[in-house]
Design a protein around this ligand. Structure first.
Ligand code: OAD
Length: 274
């Protein structure tokens, strides 16, 4: 056992599908990405779910299966190593998989801004079966989300068979249950936005790293740019160019599984002295 050495280097790290690509999980817009062959309007919108809930569930259930079979890769592990040595760190991931979590990232240091694919929630009431945030996925106990949005863990409910039903229904109100992800046309969870905004407002970041995302959404670029301190760095890790490039102080054109372990070694020189 070594004593933890906390470095004063406030860091915001933003990840996207490219960070899970080396674990075998397809990206969305990259080569062989989902949205190259599939129409998001038919699979990832509230209308698609209303029209064809069975088809939508089949797709999400298949993705859950692929994610369960995948393992965290050196990029996920490097991010955890960085987080462990910094007391001012936040990971904002667009990934709905649980690979950051399974690599060891504590939930309090992570925001899943596009939701959690293992969460199942009711379309009619506040009933939620927690995902990776609830530790045991669908095997865990269910929780009710109060009107305020707070998880009410004092109200555990017996696990219904949400995983095997073609279209699971809510044990509370009987409405269809849906995956706990943010679909196109939907708002981000305000509590998760607030966590990111609080981190940015509290103090400027010495280091901002954006890895494995096309930065297709304005809020990703906005957070990365606003978080960086005047003399701080904004590093982008991506084999390809993105709209974030003009704002980056350094571009690392390599896969995340190669670049991030080396970058973390570079940022944490004390590691080698321990
Ligand atoms: P994209 O599929 O849009 O982008 C993946 C990015 O990863 C691309 O820029 C690739 O160049 C890069 N990439 C591929 N392999 C990589 C590797 N090994 N290392 C580093 N980078 C690599 O995925 P996101 O930007 O995450 O929304 O997409 C954002 C959101 O759009 C997703 O969260 C999803 C999607 O619709 C929801 O699920 C709500």
């Amino acid at each position: 056992m070594t004593n933890a050495i906390f470095l004063r280097m406030r860091t915001l790290l933003i990840t996207g599908a490219g960070v899970s690509a080396e674990s075998g999980i397809p990206t969305f817009r990259g080569k062989d990405g989902y949205w190259r062959n599939l129409d998001p309007a038919k699979l990832a919108t509230a209308k698609a779910f209303a029209d064809r809930p069975k088809l939508v569930w089949e797709w999400y259930r298949q993705r859950r299966q692929w994610i369960r079979q995948a393992q965290p890769n050196p990029a996920h592990e490097a991010i955890v190593r960085l987080a462990r040595h910094l007391n001012e760190f936040l990971l904002v991931t667009q990934n709905v998989d649980d690979l950051h979590f399974r690599a060891g990232m504590p939930h309090e240091k992570m925001v899943q801004i596009h939701g959690d694919i293992f969460e199942t929630r009711c379309t009619g009431c506040n009933f939620v079966s927690p995902g990776s945030g609830g530790s045991a996925g669908l095997l865990g106990s269910c929780m009710l989300r109060g009107k305020s949005g707070d998880l009410n863990s004092a109200a555990p409910i017996l696990q219904p068979d949400l995983e095997s039903a073609e279209v699971p229904t809510c044990p509370e109100c009987g409405e269809f249950m849906r995956p706990g992800v943010v679909w196109f046309g939907e708002r981000l969870d305000t509590r998760q936005i607030q966590r990111v905004e609080n981190f940015i407002a509290h103090a400027a970041s010495d280091v901002v790293i954006v890895a494995g995302t096309t930065a297709a959404f304005g809020y990703i670029i906005d957070w990365a740019v606003r978080a960086r301190a005047e003399k701080g760095q904004l590093l982008e890790v991506n084999p390809d160019a993105t709209p974030l490039c003009p704002f980056a102080t350094r571009l690392i054109r390599e896969p995340a599984g190669v670049a991030l372990p080396r970058l973390v070694d570079e940022l944490l020189p004390t590691l080698r002295l321990r």
